[in-house]
Design a protein around this ligand. Structure first.
Ligand code: SF4
Ligand code: SF4
Length: 306
């Protein structure tokens, strides 16, 4: 059994227990901060920066001014739209710690492997009975690959099933370190067209495709396609994705993930623009079914949702 550094520290922005998505059985999802991509439709925009960020919910603010006095860098003014000058804010979280109503919430805190494992242990019986386990998500877990590796080693030493939601974007060192401790990789392929990929995620797709080959060699892999009208919801795109998926060792399943707008409000809370635009509508079910058929015609299993 590989030795574990339980003192290794990472920045975690959420831990969700009792999830029935993102892998088999009942799971705990550990969300790690930091992502090299900035997808226009990202439903976890608070994850993108590695550093902690504060979210502000105007409707819960009673204008008590406590945050204003707590902020050491003068980033808060009750006259500022969205309360916080994001250029000045250093993400210290002092404001959130004094806010009496929960209008301010800090997303991201340093945790050790030991601290995360203590939380995960609460549900160890549920993992065993349901065939579940833990899923690393983000952000992109490979951004904090050293922490992710230690956490995964700790989970494997407990005998827990491990999964990861990944963009596939990471260094060779990160891939070789993390994936030997993963039982199931849920790997996003967003567009086979590299220029489109860059336009909508900020990065080209070559590294992702190279890593996909290696990830599929190292662990059971499912390809997931966030399916966005006007960006990749096209027959030709799905045909190319299915053809690529077939070349990956052991890959037999593709998930079509219909676009939704659930993360939209978080952009307001972070004082950010929702650059997707509000005119893009969720993917109609009949469109999803058509893409499912295209993938199935290539001899792969295809699930809508997943
Ligand atoms: S997180 Fe820190 S720096 Fe940012 S507004 Fe709050 S107190 Fe000020
Ligand atoms: S401490 Fe909370 S409730 Fe008070 S002004 Fe700041 S955000 Fe509003």
């Amino acid at each position: 059994m590989a030795s574990v550094n339980y003192k290794a520290e990472g920045t975690v922005f959420d831990i969700q227990r009792f999830s029935i998505h993102d892998g088999p059985g009942i799971r705990t999802i550990v969300f790690l901060k930091g992502c090299p991509l900035s997808c226009l439709w990202c439903c976890n925009p608070e994850s993108q920066k590695l550093a902690p960020v504060v979210m502000f919910q105007q409707s819960q603010c009673i204008s008590c001014g406590k945050c204003l006095r707590a902020c050491k860098v003068g980033a808060i003014s009750l006259d500022t739209p969205g309360l916080i000058d994001r250029q000045k804010c250093v993400g210290c979280g002092e404001c959130a710690s004094v806010c009496p109503t929960g209008a301010l919430v800090l997303k991201g805190e340093k945790m050790t492997v030991e601290q995360v494992v203590q939380i995960l242990k609460k549900d160890a019986t549920i993992y065993r009975k349901s065939g579940g386990g833990i899923t690393l998500s983000g952000g992109e877990p490979m951004v904090q690959w050293e922490f992710a590796t230690e956490l995964l080693k700790a989970c494997k030493s407990q005998g827990w099933h491990t999964a990861i939601e990944t963009t596939g974007y990471g260094s060779e060192q990160a891939v070789e370190s993390v994936f030997p401790f993963i039982d199931l990789a849920l790997l996003d392929i967003k567009s086979m067209n590299s220029q489109t990929h860059k336009n909508v995620t900020g990065v080209t797709n070559e590294l992702i495709h190279k890593n996909a080959v290696r990830i599929a060699q190292l662990t059971k892999t499912v390809i997931r396609v966030p399916t966005i009208p006007t960006i990749n919801a096209f027959d030709e795109e799905f045909l190319r994705i299915a053809e690529f998926a077939k070349t990956l060792q052991g890959v037999d399943t593709v998930h079509v993930l219909p676009y939704h707008t659930l993360g939209e409000n978080k952009y307001n809370l972070l004082g950010k623009e929702y650059s997707m635009g509000y005119e893009i509508k969720p993917l109609p079910p009949e469109e999803a079914a058509k893409f499912q058929q295209i993938v199935q015609n290539q001899g792969l299993r295809c699930v809508v949702g997943g």
